[in-house]
Design a protein around this ligand. Structure first.
Ligand code: ADP
Ligand code: TRP
Length: 323
């Protein structure tokens, strides 16, 4: 059985890009019988930039509800909040003392953020060490992440090697990064990569009226209604074809080529497709968000299992270190 682990920082409501690019592929992976998946909400990491309690709680709930709405099996796998396993903070301290300062100071992500952000706190600096603790606490073997996280995984591997070397024992498992080369980049309403930082995202869980409003903001060219249109340069068509089946795609292509079919029609078709395609997850998500007791129960199942593993691991680490 392979142990797969990944975390999602809770700093927003997952959008269509996150769902198609990260949530659904991870859930597919978790369904394979040979895998056991640990998926957690990195709420401690969110404190680096998010200082408002209410916003954090809303985002944590929203991320958890998204995974559950897409049928993540919490009996076979683990879903938990990082902060509910406080052992991870203790392990982070130990790992800090095995992490050379220049390794963190030279990290691309730190340098890039330190140049851009007004709040450059120590949490931002030691972020990769907490991430290493998240991973090696559970002996994770594979860590599926986006390309921007590759360097963080290299830091984790360096810390593991330093630690194991010092004590001449395999105390921590050396994790491997898992990058999906075919991972699509989902375009946003303006055609750039969909991202919360560009404010071009589609939240598929919105009430119908608001969802339609967002779909209507997708940027198109000014080709008049009567004229044929090129589907391959159209953002509406790109998004539609990520969700539609082969027949629906052929039909929309023909509509574009024929003329007399406006972008308004295409947007309506996309909106309706989102509603039908995501009918079940939308209902389940809203049910969970309006009944957070249910959400809490689901999370606590994973947290109890994760905590037990973490406590055993820490016991061993403490004895190795002489604490
Ligand atoms: P954002 O860019 O909105 O801040 P995050 O960086 O929090 O999103 O991404 C969370 C996960 O979702 C990552 O695994 C990332 O690779 C994936 N993801 C985000 N945006 C997209 C997108 N437009 N297309 C595909 N995957 C995406
Ligand atoms: N840093 C990751 C991100 O922003 C989130 C994360 C935290 C994570 N801890 C992790 C991912 C451990 C994988 C493994 O996307």
């Amino acid at each position: 059985m392979s142990r797969i682990l990944t975390g999602i920082t809770s700093n927003n409501i997952p959008h269509l890009g996150n769902i198609l690019g990260a949530v659904l592929p991870a859930i597919e992976l978790s369904k394979k019988s040979e895998n056991e998946s640990f998926f957690f909400i990195a709420d401690l990491h969110s404190l680096i930039s998010q200082k408002e309690a209410a916003a954090r709680i809303a985002s944590v709930n929203s991320v958890a509800a998204t995974w559950l709405a897409f049928d993540f099996d919490t009996q076979k796998n683990l879903l938990y909040r990082q902060s509910r396993i406080p052992e991870v903070c203790e392990l982070t301290w130990y790992l800090n003392c095995f992490t050379p300062y220049p390794m963190l100071a030279n990290s691309h992500s730190f340098k890039d953020k330190a140049d851009r952000l007004s709040d450059v706190n120590s949490g931002l600096f030691t972020y990769p060490v907490l991430m290493a603790a998240d991973i090696i606490m559970y002996d994770a073997e594979y860590v599926p992440v986006g390309k921007d996280q590759i360097q963080h995984l290299e830091i984790t591997r360096d810390i593991v090697s330093a630690f194991n070397n010092k004590y001449q024992k395999e105390i921590f498992v050396l994790p491997q990064v898992k990058i999906d080369e075919n991972m699509m980049t989902i375009p946003g309403t303006d055609g750039q990569k969909m991202s919360k930082s560009y404010n071009n995202y589609i939240n598929i869980f919105l009430p119908e009226k608001d969802l339609l409003k967002v779909v209507k903001t997708i940027i198109t060219d000014t080709t008049p209604l009567e004229e044929p249109k090129n589907p391959d340069t159209c953002n509406v068509f790109k998004l539609y074809s990520l969700l539609a089946d082969a027949n629906q795609i052929t039909e929309m292509r023909a509509n574009y080529a024929r003329g007399g079919y406006g972008y308004g029609h295409a947007k309506m078709a996309l909106y309706e497709l989102i509603l039908t395609k995501f009918e079940k997850p939308r209902n389940r998500y809203n049910e969970l968000m309006s009944n957070t007791d249910l959400l809490e129960k689901e999370l606590q199942v994973g947290e109890a299992k994760a905590r037990k593993i973490a406590q055993e691991k820490l016991k061993h680490v403490r004895s190795v270190l002489g604490f």
